[in-house]
Structures are given as structure tokens and as C-alpha cells.
Design a protein around this ligand. Structure first.
Ligand SMILES: [Zn+2]
Length: 299
């Protein structure tokens, strides 16, 4: 198997009702972020959202899709990241450059406005029911809002930690984005006595708070090693890693299908210099079509 620095390790703390996931994403975060040319603060948030989405998407099955969306009326109006069961991640943001310049606070309220919300959607695909949770934005980091989501919508204890960084890469003039994260949650149904349970949770929380950003971002520190360093006292089960890629699900065929949904006069009005240009917001790639390409074949 090709070595990847873009992976997640699910884990379970030995004899404890606490499980979690650790993730590190280098090329994936870099690709998602640098496909766009966003101001630094927007790129950072996008990188943070990619790491959170990777951790939350890890229990998808089959053709499931996880979406993390942050919406507001502030200088940034939208931030979207989605991830498939197979680990394909993509994302983009909408913002007003002028308003962003004038933003005083880099908190979530400062950037997305007072009424901003985080929307978390699990779409199981063809099987099962779609689930969506909406929480108000609070705090400075996306992880603060995610904590709010777990408390309000899931009613389970969870703690996230995410670090975002930029690295110098030999032979490259641009900095390389990367992100790392770890999260733990308390398992609900088991026979562990309440006291023991909260003690185990408090202990895991205390350990998580000792993780440094540099450790989450150190590509030479294997995630299994990081977990062992943290939880060696009680012992930790690390499961098989999940691998992520920065693949977009757009295709020329899907774009043709969308264009075919418009009336002929609308299609014609879209033509500029002989072609219709379609840009995918997620991967920022552009395809051009001639009217002949989208004409529906009559049989
Ligand atoms: Zn795309």
C-alpha cells in the first residue's frame, strides 16, 4: 500500500466507555484549500472544517455522505465540506472580501454574524434515513460549535481538538496546508457504573487536553504512536486506518444532465462566446459546453 499522510485511526480506550478517532490530513487539506484562492482566515477555517468532517464522516456506510455546513449573514456567508463513505473530501466557501477586511473579531460570530448556524447532515444514501442537526454558532473555533452540536443534538459527551498548520516543503514556493485532530466520545449503552464512567471520561478528557498542536501536525509521528503515548496507561485499541482523498464528485456528465434541465431559451441565454461555461464550486474546475453537447437526443 502506498504510504499516505492522509488517514484516520479509530480507537477504543481499554476497558473504558470512551472511544474516539484521530486524524491527520496533509495533501487532502492542501488540495481542498489551494484549489481556491481564499484569504488566509477563510482557508484556515476550511482546513479546520475538513479535519472535523473527516472525523465525523468515519462511521458512514455504503454510499453515505456527510456534510458540514456553516451559514450566516456575516463576511463569510457559507462554508461547506462534504465527505463520502470512501473518504473523498471536498469543500468551498462564500465570502465578501471587502467586509472580511473590516472584520474585527475572528470568532465565529465575528466572521459569520450573530445568527450563524452549523448544519450537520448524515445522508445514508439509498439505505436508511437522512439525519440533520442544526446548532447556533458559538465560540472561536468550529470545534466549539461542534461541541454544541453534540450536547444539544446528540446528547452525548464528546470532545474535539483540531490543529491547522502550514509547512514549508522542499522545492515548493508555496506553503503546504495540513491539519490534524483527535476526538473522544462517551459510549452510551454499556454496563459500566455511572461513577466509573464519569471517572473514565474525566481521565480521557484530561489526557486529550495535553495533546499539543505540534503533535497533531507532526507527520513523522504516526497516529497509532500518538494514541499510545496518550493512553498507554489504560491501554488503547487502534483499529485499521481509513484513508482520505481530495476527490470531487462533479463530472462532465452530471453537468450536462443539469444543463439539460433548463428550457432551450435559458440554455441559449447562457451561451457566451459560443460556449456555456460551468464551474464546480467545490473543486473550482471549469468545463465548457456547446449547445450541441447538451441537446437531448430524440429517438
Ligand atoms: Zn468538482
Amino acid at each position: 500500500m502506498k504510504t499516505t499522510h492522509d488517514y484516520l485511526v479509530p480507537f477504543l480506550i481499554n476497558e473504558s466507555p470512551v472511544r474516539g478517532r484521530a486524524v491527520r490530513l496533509t495533501d487532502v487539506v492542501n488540495e481542498v484549500v489551494t484549489r481556491h484562492h481564499y484569504p488566509h482566515v477563510v482557508s484556515r477555517l476550511l482546513a479546520e472544517a475538513v479535519a472535523v468532517a473527516a472525523m465525523l464522516s468515519a462511521n458512514l456506510k455504503d454510499d453515505g455522505i456527510f456534510t458540514l455546513q456553516v451559514q450566516g449573514k456575516g463576511a463569510i456567508s457559507l462554508l461547506v465540506v462534504d465527505a463520502t463513505f470512501g473518504g473523498a473530501i471536498r469543500g468551498y466557501a462564500d465570502y465578501d472580501a471587502e467586509r472580511l477586511e473590516g472584520v474585527e473579531s475572528k470568532s465565529l460570530h465575528g466572521l459569520f454574524g450573530q445568527d450563524g448556524v452549523m448544519i450537520i447532515t448524515f445522508d445514508p444514501g439509498t439505505k436508511g434515513q437522512r439525519y440533520q442537526g442544526i446548532v447556533p454558532l458559538t465560540g472561536r473555533h468550529l470545534t466549539d460549535a461542534v461541541h454544541g452540536y453534540f450536547e444539544q443534538s446528540q446528547q452525548i459527551l464528546a470532545r474535539f481538538k483540531v490543529a491547522v498548520g502550514e509547512q514549508v516543503v522542499a522545492g515548493q514556493s508555496q506553503m503546504h496546508w495540513l491539519a490534524g485532530g483527535i476526538y473522544i466520545e462517551q459510549l452510551g449503552q454499556d454496563n459500566t457504573a455511572m461513577d466509573e464512567k464519569s471517572e473514565a471520561w474525566r481521565h480521557a478528557m484530561a489526557l486529550i487536553s495535553t495533546v499539543k498542536d505540534e503533535e497533531l501536525l507532526d507527520i513523522n509521528l504516526e497516529l497509532k504512536q500518538l494514541l499510545f503515548n496518550l493512553f498507554h496507561e489504560s491501554g488503547v485499541w487502534a483499529y485499521d486506518p481509513l484513508v482520505f482523498t481530495a476527490d470531487c464528485r462533479c463530472s462532465r456528465q452530471k453537468m450536462i444532465h443539469t444543463l439539460q434541465g433548463f428550457a432551450p431559451d435559458v440554455q441559449e441565454s447562457m451561451v457566451q462566446d459560443g460556449v456555456i461555461e460551468v464551474n464546480c464550486r467545490f473543486c473550482n474546475s471549469t468545463q465548457t459546453f456547446e449547445l450541441d453537447d447538451i441537446r437531448v437526443e430524440k429517438h
